[in-house]
Write a protein that binds this ligand. Structure first.
Ligand code: NAP
Length: 196
């Protein structure tokens, strides 16, 4: 049986931007992944004021449509209640039933918080974690010590782009063209997102 290598790109994606896409593609290359599944968080319970899940889902579909190795899952959008990565990885693990190795890709700051997530040990057992780091972000030694070989760090220069920065630019009337895919720029404008 061929064991597939599947990347799970977890994030709030409010909105998705070119840094996320560069990150997913670099992880696919570095870790020899067969595909990357983007999983927009349905109800990121540790945050408030997040945009509608359907908007974030559609933006993610628009941004990834041109890459055959990328797809988007509604697994967290359609699940009621707070979004726990533990549940997502368990469901995906059951689905692949031993025929895939899972690699969870997310921001280094998010991965650094795993110990505050639900069932952190189980989360770390279910996937290898790829922590995407911005050039200025110093990953604390605590993270490396506590997670051992379950976490790999990957520096992504394009991650200088941030969702927070995109929202701020839109709300103050500045362009986000070339920071996000063109379709994402159009969707944000057409739906009046991030205008406070
Ligand atoms: P976040 O706190 O918004 O993100 C932290 C940092 O990581 C931000 O700088 C963010 O940049 C960046 N980032 C987030 N996702 C990324 C990705 N896929 N690739 C590269 N950079 C990324 O994190 P979040 O988006 O809420 O959560 C990230 C993932 O962790 C989600 O899948 C979420 O469900 C999971 N999570 C799980 C639990 C739990 O199970 N209890 C708790 C918290 C988070 P941008 O703002 O530019 O994206």
């Amino acid at each position: 049986m061929t064991v597939r290598r599947i990347g799970i790109m977890g994030g709030t994606f409010d909105p998705i931007h070119n840094g996320h896409l560069v990150c997913a593609e670099e992880a696919r290359h570095q870790f020899e992944l067969d595909e990357v599944i983007f999983v927009p968080a349905g109800n990121p319970w540790q945050k408030s004021g997040v945009s509608y899940a359907e908007d974030r889902y559609l933006l993610t579909v628009l941004a990834t449509a041109s890459n055959q190795r990328f797809s988007v899952s509604r697994i967290e959008i359609d699940r009621a209640g707070p979004t726990y990565t533990h549940d997502t990885l368990r469901i995906l693990g059951d689905f692949y039933a031993g025929s895939a190795l899972l690699f969870f890709i997310s921001g280094a700051d998010a991965v650094a918080e795993i110990l505050s997530w639900k069932d952190p040990q189980s989360v770390l057992d279910q996937a290898h974690f790829i922590a995407a780091s911005r050039p200025t972000y110093e990953l604390g030694p605590r993270l490396l010590e506590s997670f051992g070989d379950r976490v790999s760090v990957m520096e992504i220069p394009a991650l200088a782009i941030s969702s927070t920065g995109i929202r701020q630019r839109v709300s103050s009337g500045r362009p986000v063209r070339y920071l996000v895919p063109r379709e994402v720029d159009h969707y944000i404008a057409a739906n009046g997102m991030y205008l406070d």
